[in-house]
Design a protein around this ligand. Structure first.
Ligand code: ISE
Length: 334
């Protein structure tokens, strides 16, 4: 069976998904697109030999669409995820599921009422080989209990429309999800440290910042967010446990040694850095849709990440420690 996918928002991320689905991934095909920019929708549809729909609602309702992929702007996600649930179609929604916890809660309620897990959130780092090896080692208990995790998330630059809260809601959300998954527990509090700002940023940004999170059992996670670091897309993670540490290795494929020194290349692009993770994530989703099953992060994961980010955004404006407010996990997501 070929899973016929309808893509909402085929911008940069969406096009990258289309390219992998049509080249390296098996079992799926993007047959329909819609976009707020109608011209772009038509161009993409023509390129892939699919149909351009005038609205996301029409695309979701189309008979030729078995499953929906949402790659639009975060605030637009809720209405389309709810429509996909109402249509009984599996939906892969890029992160963040929603920009606020309240909206994610409405999605969870609709999904539970539908009685079937239909929503997968695009938290791709869970599919990265290095993070998976790190988790396997920590879960084995060989290093004892995990006590702290030091993370860094650096982007070369961000565009002017990147708003101040996106440092948490759009960037740090990756570590929020990955750390919940890695440590297997929820965060209870957030704090933001605000160091000296780089002069190479837009005035409205606190850049860099350090998000400090604490889990239920007291594990401390610090996450340096530096979205105008100039030099590359640089992701670091070191877990400190009772008897040792484990870190992500450099992701370079080759190292150069010459008269200029010993160095490796650093990518500037998240699609390049997490290429393998994206491929595995989307392949597993398509396989699961074909089997009528659910895979990947759930709406609960989208909701929990949004709750932590809500606390982080508050901590960005108000000093001090902010408690994470979250409902009890519904049995539906256990
Ligand atoms: C972007 O949306 C991503 O998901 C990237 O991985 C992240 O590094 C960037 O800061 C976000 O804006």
């Amino acid at each position: 069976m070929t899973v016929r996918i309808g893509m909402i928002g085929p911008g940069g991320m969406g096009q990258a998904h289309i390219d992998r689905i049509h080249t390296v991934i098996g079992g799926g095909r993007v047959v329909a697109v819609s976009d707020v920019d109608e011209v772009r929708a038509k161009e993409v549809a023509e390129r892939i030999g699919g149909t351009a729909y005038a609205s996301s609602a029409e695309l979701i309702g189309a008979d030729e669409v078995d499953a929906v992929m949402i790659c639009s702007y975060g605030p637009a996600h809720e209405v389309d995820v709810l429509a996909a649930i109402a249509a009984g179609k599996p939906v892969f929604c890029e992160k963040p599921l929603t920009p606020t916890a309240g909206a994610a809660l409405r999605i969870m309620e609709a999904e539970q009422a539908a009685g079937r897990r239909l929503v997968t959130v695009g938290f791709m780092r869970r599919f990265d080989r290095s993070y998976r090896q790190m988790k396997a080692l920590l879960d084995s208990g060989e290093l004892g209990e995990t006590l702290m995790v030091h993370c860094a998330h650096r982007n070369p630059t961000v565009p002017q429309h990147y708003t101040w809260d996106m440092a948490i809601n759009d960037t740090a959300i990756h570590e929020v999800d990955t750390m919940r998954w890695l440590l297997g527990e929820e965060f209870v509090s957030a704090r933001v440290d605000k160091p000296k700002k780089t002069s190479l940023r837009f005035e409205h940004l606190q850049d860099p910042l350090v998000l400090i999170l604490e889990t239920q059992s007291g594990v401390r996670v610090d996450d340096e967010i530096f979205v105008n670091c100039q030099f590359g897309y640089d992701i670091r993670c070191e877990a400190v446990a009772e008897k040792g540490t484990v870190s992500l290795a450099d992701q370079n494929a080759v190292e150069v040694r010459d008269a200029a020194g010993h160095r490796n290349s650093i990518t500037r692009d998240h699609n390049d850095r997490f290429w393998g993770a994206f491929v595995t994530e989307v392949q597993e989703w398509i396989n699961a849709v074909a089997r009528g099953e659910h895979t990947g992060s759930t709406s609960w994961d989208g909701y929990a990440a949004a709750c932590v980010c809500d606390a982080g955004v508050t901590a960005l404006t108000d000093d001090g420690v902010v408690e994470v407010e979250m409902i009890e996990k519904p049995a539906f997501y256990s």
